[in-house]
Write a protein that binds this ligand. Structure first.
Ligand code: SF4
Ligand code: SF4
Length: 165
C-alpha cells in the first residue's frame, strides 16, 4: 500500500506503465511518482517534451511516451529516485536494459555482475552493469542488462553485494 509503506501496488503501476506496444519500440521512461509534492525537475530536464508541462507544481508527472528517446536525464534529475528507463529492444536475446538512479558507493563498474532488487528491496536475480553515467555532478544512472522477465520489476541493485565484491 503506497501511503503506508511507499510500495506501489500493481494497480498503481498499471496506471503509469507504458503500453506493451510502446515497450516493444525502444527505450521509454517509467515514472513511479505517486505523491503530489512541489517538484518538477523531471519535466524541466526533459529536452524532448516527453514529460509534459505541469499546470500546478504539485501535479504528478504526465508523459507523451512517443517522444521519449531514453536519454536518462530525468532519471538523474529526480530527487525522489522515482524515474526509470526500460528498453526491451536492447540487451540481447531474452534480455532488456533498465536504467536506474544510483546514489551510493561503490559505483558498479562496466561488466560487473550485480544482484537486482525489486521495489521492496528483495533480491530477484542477477544482472550486469553496462555503464554508469553521470550528468554533471548529479546522481549516477546505471544501465543494467537484466533478464527480460525482470525488466518491469528490477528497480535497484544490492549495495551489500557490491561492497563485498
Ligand atoms: S529519458 Fe530523456 S526523453 Fe525520455 S523522459 Fe527522460 S529526459 Fe525525457
Ligand atoms: S522529479 Fe521525481 S519526485 Fe519530482 S515530480 Fe518528477 S518524478 Fe516526481
Amino acid at each position: 500500500m503506497l501511503y503506508e509503506d511507499g510500495i506501489p501496488t500493481p494497480e498503481d503501476l498499471a496506471r503509469i506503465n507504458p503500453s506493451a506496444e510502446r515497450l516493444s519500440q525502444g527505450p521509454v521512461v517509467i515514472i513511479e511518482c505517486f505523491q503530489r509534492i512541489p517538484c518538477d525537475p523531471c519535466h524541466t530536464n526533459c529536452k524532448t517534451g516527453c514529460i509534459l508541462p505541469f499546470e500546478d507544481l504539485n501535479d504528478l508527472p504526465r508523459t507523451d511516451d512517443s517522444l521519449c528517446d531514453g536519454c536518462g536525464l530525468c532519471v538523474a534529475a529526480c530527487p525522489g529516485l522515482a524515474v526509470f528507463i526500460v528498453d526491451m529492444t536492447s540487451g540481447g536475446e531474452d534480455h532488456a536494459v533498465v536504467q536506474i538512479p544510483w546514489e551510493y558507493l561503490p559505483v558498479p563498474e562496466k561488466g560487473q555482475q550485480v544482484v537486482l532488487t525489486n521495489r521492496v528491496g528483495n533480491a530477484i536475480g542477477r544482472g550486469e552493469c553496462l555503464k554508469a553515467i553521470r550528468f554533471r555532478d548529479r546522481t549516477y544512472v546505471l544501465h543494467l542488462r537484466v533478464p527480460a522477465e525482470l525488466a518491469m520489476e528490477a528497480r535497484g541493485i544490492s549495495r551489500a553485494v557490491l561492497t563485498r565484491a
